[in-house]
Write a protein that binds this ligand. Structure first.
Ligand code: CLF
Ligand code: SF4
Length: 503
């Protein structure tokens, strides 16, 4: 049986439409989209799972006001439709936002997208939002622009978004049934007055779906975010997924509700729980037949900077940027060079993977991988570029992959506290290590570029196999290789897998 990468095929030739189809995930799921649309996702880290290994996004927090209330939001913090609650971003004036975006794009040349995602709703702050977009279009025309909205004012601003060349829009749609909506949104502000209950939810849903249709008609790529709220909309989100797919949404991002009393939100204070990882994965799985499902969202803050798995916002606060001088022309050239190098690298990896796949198929077929073998989860430490290139102790998150007789697929990520904070604190991190081992539950293997003897022993005692033998190798190829080795060595009988609770 041939093992292959299931939801993240090779990059292939970057100029062909197949390559772009590969970059976003399963070509079957994207086959309804025209090529010119598919090409737009190639370097957008949120719309393409593969691109998120290579390209960075930044948010500028210019939009303080909001026109609705969500039960998972506390206005003191960022818009939870795109961010983790409990995070406060530095509010910027539009000209400050443009300066900041230019500084970030100069220092992090992988930056391909600037988005506005809060701290309130961008379209409830149209002057500030569009002034920022105007400045960015003028000063950094090579950067994609992106916006995330609750959708209430979307139909009204679709033409303005098109005028500003916004190619990617996110709408948060948590339900298509006003009765469910009334349990999520206590009120909206519409037509100069506050409206409550099902009537409010009905207006919001109509506006969201109308805005979605209008954007799709104009060839804008739309991502739909939904917050999964157990007992409220969890059973309903499959229907949402079907409807937004029919209306032309490109990808569905189902995010877990995060509700803690200290966030001061209605759900946090009333004890509404978020979904477990298993519940979230099951819903994503159930929806994935309908539409592309995003699994790599980091629920990032409205001033996030850098690759999705890292947050470099603290390096770019306004006080740090005040005296920076930037040569914009040189920065644009550097970005172009960097993006060319990335595409070269993706192409090379695509070719290497094609060779790898054909060798496995033609000369050493994996005959021993049959359907009786269990699926295995592996945690991967990476700093990006699609390779295993991070020390175990320095990982602040692990990407989770599943290897099975059908192939390899990306399942999501898990946050970790860095176990190692440097030579000076060596040995002080026992708690960090046990926490990291705890978050790796259910994983059979952890792949990293290096690992010390102490964590190695602790992982082994916890029944997790540490592996540092695939440093700088492509993640999916290494996962396949290790899966094959596990089966070959007899370390992975179906019984073992069941025993460890991984299937
Ligand atoms: Fe920002 Fe959102 Fe654009 Fe991305 S984030 S406005 S689409 S550029 Fe991305 Fe961050 Fe998830 Fe958003 S990981 S929270 S999906
Ligand atoms: Fe909060 Fe965003 Fe909802 Fe507005 S749309 S209430 S900012 S989560």
């Amino acid at each position: 049986m041939e093992l292959k990468v299931i939801n993240q095929p090779s990059a292939g030739c970057p100029t062909s439409s197949c390559a772009t189809r590969s970059a976003i995930g399963s070509s079957d799921q994207s086959s309804h989209l025209p090529d010119r649309v598919l090409e737009k996702v190639n370097n957008h880290p949120c719309f393409s799972e593969q691109a998120h290994h290579y390209y960075a996004r930044m948010h500028v927090a210019v939009a303080p006001a909001c026109n609705i209330q969500c039960h998972y939001c506390n206005r003191k913090f960022d818009c939870a439709n795109e961010s983790r609650p409990g995070v406060v971003s530095e509010l910027l004036e539009p000209d400050q936002a443009v300066s900041k975006a230019l500084a970030v794009a100069a220092e992090i040349p992988q930056t391909s997208v600037v988005g506005i995602a809060g701290p309130g709703d961008p379209l409830a702050n149209p002057q500030r939002t569009f002034k920022t977009f105007r400045g960015l279009t003028k000063c950094a025309p090579d950067i994609k622009l992106c916006v995330s909205t609750n959708g209430l004012q979307l139909p009204q601003y679709v033409d303005e978004l098109i005028k500003h060349n916004i190619g990617h829009v996110t709408i948060t749609i948590n339900c298509i049934d006003p009765a469910i909506g009334a349990r999520i949104y206590p009120w909206i502000f519409w037509d100069h007055r506050r409206i409550r209950g099902e009537k409010a939810a009905k207006i919001l849903i109509e506006q969201q779906l109308k805005g979605l249709e209008m954007l799709v008609e104009r060839d804008v790529l739309v991502k739909v975010n939904s917050v999964m709220i157990p007992g409220i909309n969890d059973q309903h989100l499959k229907a949402v997924s079907g409807v937004v797919k029919t209306k032309g949404a490109f990808v569905h991002n189902i995010m877990p509700l995060i509700a803690k009393p200290e966030h001061g939100t209605y759900y946090g204070l009333t004890g509404q729980r978020g979904p477990t990882e298993a519940e979230l994965n099951a819903l994503q799985e159930a929806c994935s037949g309908n539409i592309n499902v995003m699994r790599h969202c980091r629920q990032c803050r409205s001033d996030a900077v850098g690759l999705l798995g890292e947050d470099r916002s603290a390096e770019f606060t306004m006080d740090k940027l005040e005296n920076k001088e930037i040569d914009h022309e040189a920065a644009m050239k550097r970005r172009a060079k960097m993006h060319k190098a990335i595409e070269g690298q993706r192409k090379m990896r695509g070719q290497a993977r094609a060779t790898f796949d054909s060798q496995k198929t033609d000369s050493t077929p994996l005959r021993y991988v049959d359907s009786k073998h269990a699926s295995v989860r592996m945690a991967v430490a990476t700093r990006g570029a699609g390779v295993i290139n991070q020390h175990f102790g320095q990982a602040s998150e692990f990407l989770i992959y599943e290897a099975s007789p059908e192939g390899v697929r990306f399942l999501g990520y898990r946050k970790a506290g860095r176990y190692c904070s440097g030579v000076d604190n060596c040995g002080d991190s026992a708690n960090g290590l046990s926490d990291t081992i705890r978050i790796l539950h259910g994983c059979t293997v952890v792949l990293c570029s290096k690992i010390g003897i102490e964590p190695w022993n602790e992982l082994e005692s916890a029944g997790i196999i540490p592996n540092g033998e695939h440093a700088d190798e492509c993640i999916e190829e290494a996962v396949i290789e290790v899966y094959r080795e596990l089966i070959e060595s007899g370390a992975l009988s179906p019984h073992d897998a069941l025993y460890k609770g991984i299937i």
